[in-house]
Design a protein around this ligand. Structure first.
Ligand code: 5GP
Ligand code: ZN
Length: 115
C-alpha cells in the first residue's frame, strides 16, 4: 500500500471503481477512460511501481495477472474475436499510473503497427 497511489486506494475500496474481480493477489476494474468497448485493468494488490520492480519472487503473481486477464476476456465474450494485453513502463512506454497494471483491451479491431 502506498498512500499517494490511486490504484492502491481503488484496491482497498477507498476510491470507487467498476470492479469486476478481486482475489488475494489481484484486482480488476474497468478503465475510467476506455479506448475500446472492453478496457479492463488487472493490477497486483501489492504495490509494484512498474515492471522494473518485478523480482523473481513475483513470478507467480505476474503469471496470475495473465490468467485473470484471460478469464475476464472470456466473461467479456472476446476470447474468439481476440484482444490486446499491454503493460506500459516509464516515460517512453507512456506509463501514467505508477502501480503495475495489465490493460485488457478488445471488442474492436486493434490498430497496427504499434509505436
Ligand atoms: P498507463 O498509461 O499508466 O498504462 O494507464 C493508466 C490507465 O489508468 C489509463 O488508461 C487511465 O485511463 C486509467 N486510470 C487513471 N486513473 C483512473 C481511475 O481513477 N480509475 C480508473 N478506473 N482508471 C483510471
Ligand atoms: Zn499502488
Amino acid at each position: 500500500m502506498q498512500d499517494d497511489c490511486i490504484f492502491c486506494h481503488i484496491i482497498r475500496g477507498e476510491i470507487p471503481s467498476d470492479q469486476l474481480y478481486q482475489d488475494e493477489q489481484v484486482t480488476a476494474f474497468r478503465d475510467i477512460n476506455p479506448v475500446a468497448p472492453t478496457h479492463i485493468l488487472i493490477v497486483p494488490n501489492k504495490h509494484l511501481a512498474s515492471t522494473e520492480e518485478i523480482s523473481q519472487q513475483d513470478e507467480p503473481l505476474v503469471g496470475h495477472l495473465f490468467t485473470v486477464a484471460r478469464e475476464l476476456a472470456g466473461r467479456e465474450g472476446i476470447q474468439e474475436s481476440g484482444y490486446r494485453l499491454i503493460i506500459n513502463t516509464g516515460p517512453d512506454g507512456g506509463q501514467v499510473v505508477h502501480h503495475l497494471h495489465l490493460h485488457l483491451i478488445g471488442g474492436q479491431k486493434m490498430r497496427y503497427p504499434m509505436g
